[in-house]
Design a protein around this ligand. Structure first.
Ligand SMILES: Nc1ncnc2c1ncn2[C@@H]1O[C@H](CCC(=O)c2cccc(C(=O)O)c2)[C@@H](O)[C@H]1O
Ligand SMILES: [Zn+2]
Length: 349
């Protein structure tokens, strides 16, 4: 008999499953609750405060439209106190979903160019990180990303903020590249990634989200990517899939995001199955959850449906994300043990 939504036990299993989130944007995680609070602080903004109006506002015609809307939310973050509020409240939303560890992608260039003092910015995110860990038990780490479309000036500013010993926040673990891919070739960012890697940061650029597999090759070759943000178009290139599988380079898959930005037409056409079939390490992530009307739990439910997973399969997927994270080994072991205990007690007769 087909499982009806009411008898499907997986959403409840997922809701309590300890998880790691590796691809989620700081500003893109601002929930209607957080957006309303920020918009109330800055009433001249064009961003609606009413959650119902936000649903329409967060419906995108294409990737360029998504970035326009995204930047209007960026404009709501104007003071270090806004940065702290956003970061701490995002951690609260993650903790509610049993996210034990998250690497949050932050675009510091967007804040410093809008006049937020760089030192105050770093203090705000670090203060929120420490408060979130002690209050919710959720460990946060940062990925600073270059907004590619803003060019090499943004790249220089981002790598400076990420590598200057007087500024670099303790929680920073990786260096990324986001924004549109069309007209923004990856190789031009090589010198900036070289500097970030030399300073001990991991390389995690977006690639193959809105352009073809050659962009993923560029990210691997020129930016020495250790994980790929999205990598959706890798499915078009069997050699690339084999390379990702052989070198254990995980993809940060964000299924609902790919539909919302029109990178993929429908969930049923999402290439996640091809990735798994090719032996690529897949992690499940939410990208900009409130903007895409999703959260990490819903993304795990989508993955369960697309990959036909049961509880054990979901637990393996959750462990993939822990293994692919930049958390230390004792931290990884602790979360994987928690995943195993949750699964064992859930399945116990
Ligand atoms: N799915 C995504 N895929 C890719 N990126 C995504 C996704 N979701 C969120 N982002 C974020 O959007 C930013 C883009 C911001 C940007 O382009 C820009 C351009 C010019 C000026 C400024 C400014 O601030 O003045 C910013 C990226 O850095 C990234 O962190
Ligand atoms: Zn992203």
């Amino acid at each position: 008999m087909p499982t009806t939504p009411d008898t499907n036990p997986l959403p409840a299993f997922i809701a309590e499953l300890p998880k790691a989130e590796l691809h989620v944007h700081h500003v893109g995680s601002a929930s209607p609750r957080i957006v309303s609070e920020l918009a109330a602080r800055h009433p001249d903004s064009k961003v609606p405060t009413d959650p119902e109006a936000l649903v329409d506002y967060f419906t995108f015609t294409d990737f360029a439209h998504f970035i326009d809307v995204y930047l209007s939310v960026v404009d709501l973050i104007r003071t270090p106190e806004d940065v702290r509020l956003l970061t701490f409240e995002v951690a609260r939303d993650l903790a509610r979903q049993q996210v034990r560890y998250a690497e949050l992608t932050i675009t510091p260039f967007s804040s410093t160019r809008r006049g937020i003092d760089e030192r105050a910015f770093m203090e705000a995110i670090e203060d929120a990180r420490k408060a979130a860990e002690s209050e919710f038990g959720t460990i946060l780490r940062w990925c600073f990303d270059i907004p590619g479309e803003a060019g090499l000036e943004a790249a220089e500013e981002t790598v400076r903020l990420a590598t200057d010993d007087r500024l670099r926040p303790e929680g920073l673990v990786s260096f990324g590249l986001g924004g549109p891919e069309i007209g923004v070739p990856r190789p031009q960012f090589k010198p900036y990634f070289d500097r970030a890697i030399a300073a001990g940061l991991h390389s995690v650029p977006h690639a193959g989200e809105t352009t073809g597999p050659e962009t993923v090759w560029d990210a691997l070759t020129h930016l020495r990517a250790e994980r790929i943000g999205h990598g959706t178009s890798s499915a078009q290139d069997p050699k690339l899939l084999a390379h990702l599988a052989e070198h254990r380079i995980p993809l940060e898959v964000c299924p609902t995001s790919n539909i919302a930005t029109r990178a993929v037409r429908t969930l049923d056409e999402h290439p996640i199955k091809e990735f798994v079939r090719a032996g690529v390490v897949v992690t499940i992530n939410s990208d900009d959850p409130p903007m895409f009307g999703t959260d990490l739990n819903s993304e795990y439910a989508v993955a369960a449906r697309l990959l036909d997973l049961d509880e054990r399969g979901l637990a393996e997927l959750a462990k993939n994300a822990v293994d692919a994270s930049f958390l230390d080994e004792p931290g990884k072991t602790r979360i994987k043990d928690e995943i195993d205990s949750h699964t064992a007690s859930w399945l116990a007769p």
